[in-house]
Design a binder for this molecule. Structure first.
Ligand code: SAH
Length: 219
């Protein structure tokens, strides 16, 4: 018999809370959040905190995003099975793991991380979680990752001063880019850009606070 304090029970409770708060709205996002063991992506001393709805430190001065922010972004990214996705800022690999469930085995998540130790850590975590459709790349994601473009979806997990054309150009026609735009160390805005031929539709979503994008086209 499983105790009520098991990670599985805590995860189910958190997902249920996020659903009741109206943050998780779709069956797909609910299933993805239930499928990924957040504790696998955290250092041993913090594993017991894995199902608190908060960002937590993952080393190198960076944080794993709070579950509610991952859920909001998972809903707003409107992923489809088979999508090719670029994530800018792998961190622990947790967010990429959730999105990898949304795109299914035919889809793929390319995730770029500038900090060597975190790129290694994300790769190890994803391996341990037994996820096969994520590739971690070490490099400056402020330039995107043109090598595997075009992408159906691109999203930032760190705050950029703006979304450069060089990254927007890597988005497929009809594709969606979720950007975190705003000042480093201040309050930023989640913005959804949808590419419609020559036009890019822009929708301002929730306010948020992310670590800065550091690099050639970042801070
Ligand atoms: N999604 C992650 C959290 C990411 S925190 C998770 O689930 O754990 C934001 C990450 O963006 C940090 O790891 C930071 O090192 C990375 N980052 C910042 N600037 C970057 C850049 N130019 N290219 C790639 N990664 C960058």
């Amino acid at each position: 018999m499983r105790s009520l304090g098991s990670d599985e029970a805590k995860r189910a409770r958190l997902v249920n809370d996020l659903k009741e708060e109206g943050i998780i709205r779709s069956r797909k996002v609910k299933d993805a959040m239930l499928a990924v063991n957040r504790e696998l992506f955290m250092d041993i001393p913090l594993k017991t905190c894995a199902y608190l709805d908060r960002p937590l430190p993952i080393g190198s001065g960076q944080t794993i995003s709070a579950p509610h922010m991952v859920a909001i972004m998972a809903e707003e990214l409107l992923c489809k099975e088979g999508n090719r996705v670029l994530e800018i800022g792998s961190g622990s690999g947790y967010h990429a793991a959730v999105v990898s469930h949304l795109v299914g085995p035919e889809g793929h998540v390319y995730s770029i991380e500038r900090v060597h130790e975190l790129a290694m850590c994300a790769e190890r975590n994803i391996d341990e979680a037994g996820i096969g459709n994520i590739t971690i790349i070490e490099g400056d994601g402020s330039l995107g990752y043109p090598e595997k473009a075009p992408y159906d979806r691109i999203y930032y997990t760190c705050a950029a001063p703006e979304i450069p054309d060089r990254v927007m150009d890597q988005l497929a026609d009809g594709g969606i880019l979720l950007g975190v735009v705003g000042p480093s160390g201040g309050v930023q805005r989640l913005i959804r850009y949808t590419k419609e031929g020559e036009r890019v539709k822009e929708e301002r979503l929730t306010r948020c606070v992310f670590v800065p994008l550091i690099g050639e086209l970042g801070y």
